[in-house]
Ligand binder design. Sequence first.
Ligand code: HEM
Length: 334
Amino acid sequence: MTTTAFDPSLLFSVGSFSSSYEFKVRSGVRGRNLSPIKSGGRANKASSLTTTITTTNNSNDDSSESDFGAFGRRGLILTATLPFILRLHSSTNGFEAHAADEFALIREEVRKVVSTERAAGVLRLAFHDAGTFDMEENSGGMNGSIIYELDRFENAGLKKSLKIVEKAKSELDKIKPVSWADMIAVSGAEAVSVCGGPIIPVQLGRMDSMVPDPEGKLPLETLDAPGLKQCFLRKGFCTQELVALSGAHTLGGKGFGSPTVFDNSYYKILLEKPWLSSAGMSSMIGLPSDHALAEDDECLRWITIYANDQKRFFEDFKNAYVKLVNSGARWKSV
Ligand code: HEM
């Protein structure tokens, strides 16, 4: 049997695929029978796609010839697309395979409802659920409590974003209940990737809070740079992470490029400081907190880096987003 190094992160970077598959494994000298193994099948989501894999070093056994024809018995025979191959490797660890299945299923459902036009609101919803985290108090965070907090002034406009996520959630709940926290975390990640941003792996298993989080934890748009840094520090984020996460404002209608394209135009435009211009609508671009970042030397260094290197921005945003949606999360025990 050959063992191939496998990077589990690849599980999350493949495109959407169906959640059910079947394959056959011959487990070396002792394993004479091909035993079908089913993974992740859910009756009403099952795919018609079936893939077959065999790895063997049993030279006395030729029963596979008819199954696999010209490829011979020693080789690895695959009749599958790359995503399936990646998932088969992961099945050496049943839990990982199961989690990947579940993640793929949630992504699939979320993709049906999060269009590029709705993406900005959905990403903001994820920030407003997770962004209540306070490290010192060990309160708030990614726990679905936003469902109790929609009437707060800072959450104005988020009801419709929650409704979008709820649509996907109610479909998934028919198969297997998913927490609000997981749903919102995955939906925010999908909002980014559907608009051309990075593909973000999101771990599953968060539990929902049954009560609202403490108030006054989200940053105000009137904060200056020291205030923003202080606010994010209390959530465990350094200046670089503050600047990377703020790049989310590339989505939406604040004037940082196309409202439905996730790219580094936020930083490019911050460098130009159009709000200082008296010409036309330029002064309307960005929030006071965005302007404040561009006035701070330490933030400006990161703004310049991301303005010149979109790949770096995507990588840093991805990491900071993963940290954000894990903030304060309470996990189901495995
Ligand atoms: C740095 C501190 C932040 C402040 C003060 C802030 C504040 C705001 C405000 C006031 C809006 C405008 C809402 C409206 O149009 O009514 C907004 C929009 C938005 N925020 Fe933030 N935000 C911050 C950080 C973040 C972060 C970290 C994320 C996500 C990772 C985020 C995601 C968004 C998105 C996507 C929008 C556009 C929403 C839309 O157009 O529907 N924000 N933010």
